[in-house]
Design a protein around this ligand. Structure first.
Ligand code: 1GP
Length: 251
């Protein structure tokens, strides 16, 4: 198995460096938009592009990955909403298991079905414990996953879920309030989880301001993901990236 990108992620964590991932939904971009995103991302020091969505309707994921790979050195990491969202041209795949839910299909079922294709793609696999946290309103991910999110104020459930994920061998924990969440995950919950795991912690969902991104980093998030807010105002890339990269170190 390849570990190149994962080693970079853990190296960053060891140095307490925070990272910024811009989430791109292939359904919502054309090449011109991708070029704009690349330009701003490169000049702002964005660390990763995450590619995917709960509902990718169009068929141009591959095209999107190839365009990014041809035009930027920023790594492209797949964040798939379903097993069909696979492109062997990407740098890595977040191999998600929805450990906050009790839907066997998303815990293991879809993995069994797609395992041969994933293995054959040769892509770097990053086993990820995916935890959906209530963001104040049903989001696409909470609806599609058919699984109850972790209540926003139940920090102890989040901690135990993340600990279990790590002990089961997950190499990353991704806490997500869902795209466009009304309420992003609280700093208290992020800190509680971060203090109880050693693997890198990804946080996303409903982050719309540089201030919130900064506070999440201080609380202990290692990688911040922003999608929706950037779709609305692409210039936020610059401010959010600056906030994340100046966040003081947390240990
Ligand atoms: C959603 O964590 C991502 O899965 C990002 O959420 O689109 O709300 O930034 P937003």
């Amino acid at each position: 198995m390849k570990h190149k990108l994962y080693n970079i992620l853990t190296g960053q964590k060891k140095q307490a460096k925070k990272s910024f991932a811009v989430l791109v939904d292939p359904d919502k971009v054309d090449n011109q938009r991708l070029d704009e995103l690349i330009g701003l991302a490169e000049s702002s020091g964005v660390d990763y592009f995450f590619l995917g969505g709960s509902l990718v309707v169009s068929n141009h994921l591959d095209e999107c990955v190839l365009h990014l790979k041809a035009n930027t050195r920023i790594p492209v990491i797949l964040f798939p909403g379903s097993p069909s969202q696979l492109s062997r041209h990407a740098d890595a795949l977040l191999y998600l298991s929805l450990i906050s839910g009790r839907n066997p299909e998303l815990l293991i079922g879809q993995h069994v079905i797609s395992a041969p294709a994933v293995r054959q793609s040769g892509i770097e696999i990053m086993p990820t414990g995916y935890m959906v946290v209530d963001g104040g309103a049903p989001t696409t991910v909470s609806y599609i996953s058919n699984a109850a999110p972790i209540p926003a104020d139940k920090n102890e459930i989040a901690v135990c879920t993340a600990m279990a994920g790590e002990m089961l061998g997950m190499k990353l924990i991704y806490m997500d309030a869902g795209s466009g969440a009304r309420r992003p995950i609280s700093e208290e919950m992020i800190a509680s989880v971060a203090n109880n795991i050693d693997v890198p912690l990804i946080v996303g969902g409903g982050i719309t301001t540089p201030e919130k991104a900064y506070r999440n980093c201080v609380a202990g998030a290692d990688i911040l993901v922003v999608g929706n807010a950037i779709e609305k105002d692409i210039n936020l890339i610059r401010e959010i990236s600056a906030a994340i990269h100046q966040a003081p170190m947390t240990v």
